[in-house]
Ligand binder design. Structure first.
Ligand code: HEC
Length: 312
């Protein structure tokens, strides 16, 4: 592997690398351009809400993307939503409203790597996930999910998913709008499109992928990944690798997978435009109680995008 424990000690001032696996030739991130990405607490602000009752609804429907209005305002949005004053029925007392992350990408002939560095602040223990303190997730859209091209994770976040206003006690996960026979202000419920229509949609690339690192300070990272189509489904065996270090309150997390991981995965090729977005579950939270970013565009090698992923 390229990053030795010694290098990490020098970079992060820690007395030993944790969670490192010898399988991954992770880049040396010190020379890779970084971008700041703000993640904020979104409360129960669903796809259906942003399309209807939200002050930007008309302009969004008219073609203006979320990021175009909101990047730079995440801290204020998070502070408002986490307080319970707007779109949040069950606020977690004392929870910070946002997390700032530094994000870097690189690829080599085999793999793409993404690196996130962030501090979570003072997180109360919400006791929703008693296995992992923190989970870091990247959502990846191959370009064939119009809702995610324009709104990142909101393309999959619905009024009737678990813990959302119209869930009615259901444990429904995230899902993509076109998989539902009908979509109302209350979400899409459980009535799906006919099986042949669903198969066609999926074959056309209408699904999202996610890569996840599951973390506890001082322990090796656990990797997970999966897709969101008519529901969120974990892929087994895991195609993603995760490693992480935690030092002085700062997480340093690297996720990677093969550029071509086969059927059921977004193929990563130069020149194509992707959408990515990030989520962090902090303070032993689960499901919707996470921080999320607005959408960012990504290309490999060259092009016009928020992230141009260089080759090492
Ligand atoms: C045309 C600009 C515009 C677009 C596009 C837009 N919004 Fe908004 N959004 C607003 C405005 C204005 C508010 C109200 C902010 C305020 O009252 O200070 C708002 C409020 C919000 C809030 C509540 C937090 C708050 O500060 O009030 C969320 C969450 C939100 N928007 C998410 C989204 C998402 C997700 C998208 C894309 C699907 C989106 N917005 C697209 C303008 C926009």
């Amino acid at each position: 592997m390229r990053i030795q424990a010694k290098t990490l000690t020098a970079m992060f001032g820690i007395a030993g690398a944790i969670g490192m696996t010898a399988a991954m030739a992770a880049p040396n991130w010190s020379g890779v351009p970084a971008k700041d990405v703000q993640l904020f607490y979104p409360g129960q602000s669903s796809w259906e809400w942003v399309l209807t009752d939200h002050p930007g609804a008309e302009k969004f429907r008219g073609g203006k993307d979320c990021a175009a209005c909101h990047i730079g305002d995440e801290k204020n949005m998070g502070a408002l939503l986490v307080s319970g004053k707007k779109n949040e029925a069950t606020p977690i007392p004392g929870k910070p409203g946002s997390i700032d992350a530094k994000v870097q990408f690189e690829h080599d002939a085999q793999n793409m790597y993404v690196h996130l560095e962030f501090s979570e602040g003072n997180q109360p223990n919400a006791k929703m996930d008693n296995t992992y303190a923190t989970k870091v997730t990247m959502m990846l859209d191959g370009g064939d999910v119009p809702e995610a091209n324009r709104a990142g994770c909101w393309g999959a976040c619905h009024e009737d998913s678990a813990g959302m206003p119209s869930a009615g006690g259901s444990d429904r996960t995230m899902y993509l709008p076109k998989t539902r026979a009908h979509l109302s202000r209350q979400g899409g419920g459980d009535a799906l499109m006919p099986a042949d229509a669903l198969a066609k949609l999926k074959a056309s690339g209408y699904f999202l992928e996610y890569w996840q690192a599951r973390l506890n300070p001082g322990a090796p990272a656990a990797a997970a990944n999966g897709i969101i189509f008519d529901k969120l489904e974990e892929t087994k065996p895991t195609a993603v690798t995760a490693e992480a270090t935690y030092s002085g309150g700062t997480w340093s997390v690297t996720l990677s997978r093969k550029l071509n991981a086969g059927a059921g995965f977004v193929p990563l090729v130069p020149g194509k435009r992707y959408t990515v977005a990030f989520a962090i579950h902090s303070g032993h939270t689960a499901k919707r109680f996470h921080y999320v970013s607005f959408e960012r565009s990504l290309v490999l090698d060259q092009g016009n995008a928020d992230f141009v992923v260089g080759k090492k």
